[in-house]
Design a protein around this ligand. Structure first.
Ligand SMILES: [Zn+2]
Length: 402
């Protein structure tokens, strides 16, 4: 019976052996960006690598066309089961400015590596293709849809990689986030000849925007409220009879966020009342919960990444936080997200052209390969020693009670 260290070594060798294929896929996906729920070619490219290794792939998981699930059997029972999460959606206009081309290929690389060693381990691994992490896509949040479909009821731990500007494993929690659209309906009229006949929907949007800007000063400092105007009229000589605005709202935790959301809705209602418009609004995507750190998984990932020679910090220099649908997963099962730098400097902003270019650089490709190894090694730790998984579950229970 090989030791855990021997299995890890074999897994890492597989990643090295498959490096060219993984890099080719990462580069191809980067050059062909597709936004959330449209990432069909990326999904095909990634699942092709699994199928070529005789790993069966189910497409359309949890009712999403571009989602997939690949089951890698171990010896004996399917439980415990570790899920390795892939993302491969891009941002509108910007392309792979969040580097999800590297996330997808790292998960596939880990899957290929684990395929080589799973016959020596109890349990199984899922490589899950989780679409539409970026909230720009309608009905985004592939992982939330998978959580709601009960997929994670059959998972014992969940791990993934996200490219970053610093290599860190930290207990930082992402922000809970929700998304809303507000539609104001007014009445069109000639803007010069008969303005008194019109009801100006753009005025309602502007009033709401200003009211929310004032609200921003009266909320806790962890709150973020940011939006774009979706529609604001067709011509300057027509009183706009329709205007719309989309907001994302975020806060440290879901309870306080719910209070903030009520205040944002009040801003919309006030603007509708003042302008005479009729208001409709909806939550246009499922909420992203804040992530829950898992000290046991963090420690495993930290040690595995360090064993690859990576300089891993336990604190981040950049303090700003985003949101992720991995938050919802991390509140169902123990989870960890490894963050590995793909940029030379830590102060490059995410969702930028510099970050996009880094996702197509040698440093980015190397980070992806290291991530594949780190993910595979962490899965081996969890399946190779039942005590480790038990500890991770105990840490999860403890964290959820906080
Ligand atoms: Zn991202």
């Amino acid at each position: 019976m090989p030791t855990i260290d021997e299995l890890k070594r074999r897994a890492c060798e597989t990643v090295d052996r498959r490096a060219n294929d993984l890099i080719a896929a990462a580069d191809w996906i980067h050059a062909h960006p597709e936004t959330g729920h449209q990432e069909a070619q990326a999904a095909e490219r990634l699942t092709d690598l699994l199928r070529q290794a005789n790993i069966p792939v189910e497409m359309g998981t949890a009712g999403m066309t571009t989602a997939f699930k690949a089951e890698l059997p171990g010896r004996g029972d399917t439980r415990p089961r570790v899920a390795i999460l892939a993302e491969y959606d891009a941002l509108p206009d910007l392309g792979h400015g969040c580097g999800h081309n590297l996330i997808g290929t790292s998960a596939i690389g880990a899957g290929l590596a684990l395929m080589e060693v799973l016959s020596e381990l109890d349990g199984s691994v899922w490589v899950l293709g989780t679409p539409a992490e970026e909230s720009a896509a309608p009905n985004a949040g592939g992982k939330v849809h998978m959580v709601n479909a009960g997929l994670f009821d059959e998972v014992d731990a969940s791990i993934m990689f996200h490219p970053a500007t610093e290599t860190t494993i930290t207990p930082d929690r992402s922000l809970a986030a929700r998304g809303f659209e507000f539609y104001f309906h007014g009445r069109a009229a000639h803007a010069a000849g008969a303005p008194e006949e019109g009801i100006n929907a753009l005025d309602a949007v502007v009033q709401m925007y200003n009211a929310v800007s004032m609200l921003r000063q009266q909320v806790q400092s962890d709150v973020r409220i940011h939006g774009i105007i979706l529609a604001g009229g067709a011509a300057a000589n027509i009183i706009p009879d329709y205007a719309a605005i989309r907001y994302r709202t975020r806060a440290d935790d879901a309870d306080y966020l719910a209070e903030v959301v009520d205040q944002v809705v009040a801003c919309a209602e006030g603007a509708a009342k003042a302008s005479g418009c009729r208001l409709e609004w909806k939550e246009y995507m499922p909420g992203y919960e804040n992530t829950v750190p898992n000290a046991v998984l963090m420690d495993l990932m930290l040690r595995n990444l360090r064993s690859l020679g990576l300089d891993v910090a336990t604190e981040r220099k950049r303090k700003g936080r985003g949101s992720t649908d991995f938050g919802n997963v991390s509140r169902r099962v123990p989870g960890v997200e490894a963050r590995i730098a793909i940029t030379e400097h830590w102060d490059v902003p995410g969702h930028s052209i510099e970050f996009r270019d880094a996702a197509f650089s040698d440093r980015g490709r190397q980070a992806m390969l290291n991530a594949a190894k780190g993910l595979a090694m962490t899965a081996i730790d969890l399946l190779g020693d039942p005590d480790t998984l038990r500890q991770a579950k105990a840490a999860f229970q403890e964290e959820m009670l906080r």
